[in-house]
Design a protein around this ligand. Structure first.
Ligand code: SAH
Length: 473
């Protein structure tokens, strides 16, 4: 470690800034964001032309004094820090003066002249992450910052502020052997943190107050939480940032057959993984048993993730699990996922709606057709409706017959999109009249049937027609 990372309060004094180029302006912005009073020395009189917007901004606490000259030792005296971005010789003189006064100095792009350096910063209000490379590679630091930006929940700063607001209350807790650290760990990892970070901030604050009261009366208020998480259609890059965050804090993950190992590999290493889906030719675990296991895991105070393919509320029985858990008094957070229709449509360049061609899109499940129940096809005969059929691979013949009987044009373009967004994804195209033959040409699911004029806009359709044209030529 070449530099000791510290967070410096600038509210009790002033910082000196030298120079007026874009590097100096960037530092001015940073110093102002930290609430500093800035004594700014420039040899260029047109300061407002460079930084008028920053100087006039009203939401800063500190003030700016501008002096048009080179700062001498007496000008630097008393400063908390000196930042110089004035060009070679002036920078060297400023650095020497600051050093002789023992004032921390940073010269932009000159680690050799600096006694401190600016890290790359992720600024979320009360939560700040600083990344340094000891001056070796600011570009690397910035890259790392982008990665950290992506994994930090967006409300993390507000969450820290909530805890700050409630520290006093907690100080009054009289319970013997009460551990403040344990208390906050449970808040951060438990239902309060989960609710706050997913946007239910008011509810989280009330729950926090309740936990503080319960701690004071030494009542046990601990509960686990269940996150109902959509894992997307298969490609792990299509997980949402929130899903990734939740997977990283899971104690136990209950997952379906649609969730593949690439996705599970993004979860916390020591989370227990429980398969509750269906394996080929075998009946899966009954829904009531899954419900009970989710509830039991949450009651044992664990952070439970129920991970489902696509979105939990699209043909995923997420609604049933939600109601069961709500009845059992268990807090449930829902993380949406990219449903198969959206993932497959994006992958195959198939616009589900399109001006003048498709003004409506319907997601239907064909498993009822399989069960020989009647599907009402009449609403799906409209030529401006794109029909997306989930769980339809084995009942493609019923879908084909039903739609045609209801009056849908047999020449309507149709596609079967199998294993969408996965490495072995496959698409086959044709028309509604031969939908069952297209489905039969696809060896294995999961797959969607898509029927609608917009299918003719898709990449697989264009590729198939191009090869036909080639064959004809
Ligand atoms: N909740 C899921 C759907 C579960 S039902 C979602 O929102 O996507 C299971 C059906 O989803 C499968 O039979 C298939 O029709 C569809 N499906 C899921 N993943 C798919 C994929 N990667 N490609 C094509 N279809 C998929």
């Amino acid at each position: 470690m070449r530099f000791l990372p510290l967070f410096l309060s600038l509210s009790s004094g002033s910082a000196v800034l030298v120079g007026s180029g874009s590097a100096a302006i960037a530092k001015l912005r940073l110093l102002r964001a930290a609430g500093a009073d800035v004594r700014w020395f420039s040899q260029d009189a047109d300061i407002a032309g460079h930084a008028g917007d920053i100087m006039l901004a009203k939401n800063y606490a500190g003030r700016i004094d501008v002096t048009i000259k080179e700062p001498l030792e007496t000008d630097l005296a008393g400063a908390l820090a000196v930042v110089s971005a004035a060009g070679k010789e002036l920078d060297e003189r400023v650095a020497a003066r600051a050093r002789s006064l023992n004032i921390p100095v940073n010269v932009v792009d000159r680690p050799d002249l600096s006694t401190f350096i600016f890290p790359a910063v992720v600024d979320r209000g009360d939560v700040v992450v600083a990344i340094g490379t000891g001056g070796a590679s600011p570009v690397l630091a910035r890259r790392l910052r982008e990665k950290i930006e992506a994994i930090l929940p967006s409300r993390i700063g507000e969450f820290a502020a909530l805890m700050r607001r409630n520290r006093e209350r907690l100080a009054n807790v009289r319970t013997p052997r009460f551990s403040v650290r344990r208390f906050w760990e449970k808040i951060i990892d438990g239902p309060v943190g989960a609710a706050f970070l997913s946007g239910r901030t008011a509810e989280a604050e009330i729950a926090l107050h309740r936990s503080i009261e319960a701690a004071d009366k030494s009542r046990d208020d601990e509960r686990g939480v269940v996150h109902l998480v959509g894992a997307g259609p298969g490609d792990p890059d299509l997980l949402t940032l929130r899903a990734l965050n939740v997977l990283q804090s899971a104690d136990v993950i209950f997952y379906d057959e649609l969730v593949n190992s690439d996705i599970l590999s993004r979860a916390r290493r020591d989370a227990e993984q429980v398969f509750v889906g269906k394996r080929k030719g075998q009946p899966g675990m009954a829904q009531y048993e899954i419900n009970q296991r989710l509830a039991a895991a949450a009651k044992s105070r664990r952070c439970v993730v129920r991970l489902k393919g696509g979105d939990p509320f699209i043909f995923g029985r997420g609604g049933e699990e939600l109601e069961y858990l709500q009845h059992a008094g268990i807090p449930v957070m829902i993380v949406p996922g990219i449903t198969a229709a959206l993932g497959c449509a994006a992958e195959s360049g198939l616009p589900l709606t399109l001006r003048n061609e498709a003004s409506r899109v319907c997601f239907i499940s064909a498993s009822v057709a399989d069960e020989k129940k009647d599907v009402d096809w009449s609403g799906l005969a409209d030529p401006l409706t794109t029909v997306v059929v989930y769980m339809g691979l084995s009942s493609a013949a019923a879908v084909q017959a039903g739609l045609i009987a209801a009056g849908r044009n047999p020449k309507t373009p149709a596609a079967v999109l199998a294993r969408g967004t996965r490495p072995d994804s496959r698409a086959a195209v044709g028309t509604l009249a031969n939908l069952s033959a297209i489905a039969a040409s696809v060896s294995e699911g999961p797959a969607l049937l898509v029927i609608g004029d917009v299918v003719a806009r898709s990449l697989p359709w264009k590729a198939a027609n191009a090869s036909q044209l080639e064959a004809a030529a």
